[in-house]
Design a binder for this molecule. Structure first.
Ligand code: ZN
Length: 211
């Protein structure tokens, strides 16, 4: 298996689940089992975090594509022939050039705008937000980073087909701006608190699921 194939497989396994939380705007539950680091010790991806399930981690280990950095002390899997501690953190044996392009989708536009309506300036939960075309579709406005902004239901209704200047001129964000935005706004629940050090989350912003 080539490194590129491995990279694609990893990405297919990334899980980025959202749940609603009454006190917090959004909580990303990083529920998968094993954090994958690149050969330089940085996570293979930060947006979303490169986390895979233990079965894939074991497979990559067996294929000699990754090495174990940390195991779970209290989690062992057994087959008829072998017994193995589940890896909590693995590192690729070769450096994989990271892809740092921000996906263009609804969630990413909300994140760029800090979950804040770009007309009234209030912050909302994702379920109360929508996307607004600054230049309406009926006037030829397209769906792009520079023409879509986060908008609450009320402002969306009031605005209708009018053209109103949003609070911030919308533009395509860069990858690291979005990583920073995610850190500021999205509390992560980590399977293993040890991941926090690699993902750059301190104890206040991350919480072990197993606690
Ligand atoms: Zn609004």
């Amino acid at each position: 298996m080539s490194v590129d194939t491995m990279y694609l497989i990893l990405y297919n396994y990334f899980q980025w689940r959202q749940c609603r939380c009454t006190q917090k705007i959004n909580t990303i539950l990083v529920m998968s089992d094993t954090l994958v680091l690149n050969h330089d010790g940085m996570p293979l991806s930060m947006l979303p975090p490169s986390v895979i399930d233990w079965q894939l981690a074991v497979k990559l280990l067996y294929l000699n594509k990754v090495m174990v950095i940390k195991e779970y002390d209290d989690w062992t899997v057994r087959s008829q022939r072998m017994e193995l501690k589940v890896p909590s953190i693995v590192m690729t044996k070769r450096y994989v050039r990271p892809r740092q392009k921000v996906l263009f989708n609804r969630k990413m536009v909300y994140l760029r705008d800090n979950y804040t309506c770009q007309y009234c300036g209030e912050q909302f939960q994702a379920k109360d937000l929508t996307l607004d075309h600054v230049k309406p579709k009926s006037r030829g406005g397209g769906s792009s980073w520079s023409n879509l902004v986060t908008c609450c239901g009320t402002c969306n209704w009031l605005k209708g087909a009018k053209v109103i200047e949003p609070l911030t001129v919308p533009k395509e964000p860069n990858y690291w701006q979005m990583v920073k935005a995610a850190k500021n706004i999205i509390p992560y629940s980590l399977r293993d608190p040890a991941w926090g050090e690699y993902l750059g989350y301190d104890d206040d912003s991350s919480k072990a699921v197993n606690e």
